[in-house]
Design a protein around this ligand. Structure first.
Ligand code: C5P
Length: 298
């Protein structure tokens, strides 16, 4: 996460993620599901500008997403992150959050979780305080299952409900074409649609991705997203987008998270750009993977 200081404030880049495989292993007694996935940060970023406020208020202004801009403050994950952090740090400080959204919401790209992590990452120094990595990770896991990943190195194998992370030290050389047709999918509904009654074995996703670096064609069919079948049954357009990504030359086409974004992996940026023209009616973005960085909280 890149940080730079602007007067007394700072600007934090909040990247999107895609899931390189997502297996829903079992339903847990607490209502969550154990998953097996690889999160990979890509260089499509929301911009989060933070400035301390003397009046003790926490105010979030959103640009680029009308639904979020009109959401009550109590529901805004950035505001919730700032309030939770302030209470952990036992301070009264205020914060202005200017959030410029570029990552589509409800799209399986983790935008809201990444924005919340950007607050946890940036606000302590904005307030002239330090928070321990453990305290931040624990707050992150309370805010959402995807949030801890965005405090980390940008590429990680995740288990439990997504918050138990093992960083992977791999550079992924591919270009990513993101395609989103504007369908909003709710995560709890998507888990319900998977309807996992028994238990599903976990694959070795890290090994599959490692092998994919030498042989990208090995990824197709090896790496799956368990949300695809039930979500494709409800939204056949998403299945069509996946097929079109393969027709456009992707060596892997997969849904990210619980959807609705599909991504295609291509050897080179120009291949992804060429395939992009086939999706004129959708939101599209060509991204690269973020270079793995040392654990961001160290
Ligand atoms: O953790 P998060 O707040 O993002 O989860 C939203 C909802 O998605 C949960 O309340 C739960 O219904 C579902 N979920 C799940 N298993 C996970 C993550 C989320 O069932 N691993």
């Amino acid at each position: 996460m890149r940080l730079y200081h602007v007067n007394t404030g700072m600007n934090v880049q909040a990247p999107a993620k895609i899931n390189l495989g997502l297996e829903v292993l079992r339903r847990r007694p607490d209502g969550y599901h154990d998953v097996n996935t690889i999160y990979a940060a890509v260089d499509l970023c929301d911009e989060v500008e933070l400035r301390p406020r003397p009046d003790g208020e926490i105010v979030c202004r959103v640009e680029g997403n009308e639904r979020l801009a009109n959401e009550p403050a109590e529901e805004n994950l950035c505001v919730r992150a700032a309030r939770a952090l302030r209470s952990t740090l036992e301070i009264e400080a205020g914060l202005t959050i200017d959030l410029r959204k570029r990552i589509p919401a409800g799209a399986g790209l983790g935008g809201g979780s990444s924005d919340a992590a950007a607050i946890l990452r940036g606000a302590p120094s904005c307030w002239g305080r330090a928070a321990s990595p453990d305290a931040l990770l624990s707050l992150a896991a309370q805010l959402g299952s995807d949030v801890p990943f965005f405090l980390g190195n940008g590429l990680a194998h995740a288990t439990s409900r997504g918050e138990v992370l093992r960083p992977l030290d791999l550079a992924l050389p591919w270009a990513v074409l993101l395609v989103n047709p504007g369908i909003h999918i709710s995560t709890p509904e998507a888990y319900g649609a998977v309807n996992r009654t028994g238990e599903r074995p976990a694959s070795d996703l890290s090994d599959a991705v490692r092998r994919g670096i030498d042989d990208p064609s090995s990824l197709r069919g090896t790496i799956v997203n368990d949300f695809e079948n039930p979500i494709f049954a409800r939204y056949p357009l998403l299945k069509e987008i996946k097929n079109r990504l393969y027709e456009g030359g992707a060596f892997l086409a997969l849904m990210s998270g619980s959807g609705s974004t599909l991504f295609g992996l291509f050897p080179k940026r120009m291949d992804a750009e060429a395939a992009r023209s086939g999706f004129a009616e959708c939101w599209t973005h060509v991204a690269g993977f973020m270079a793995p960085r040392p654990f961001a909280l160290d």
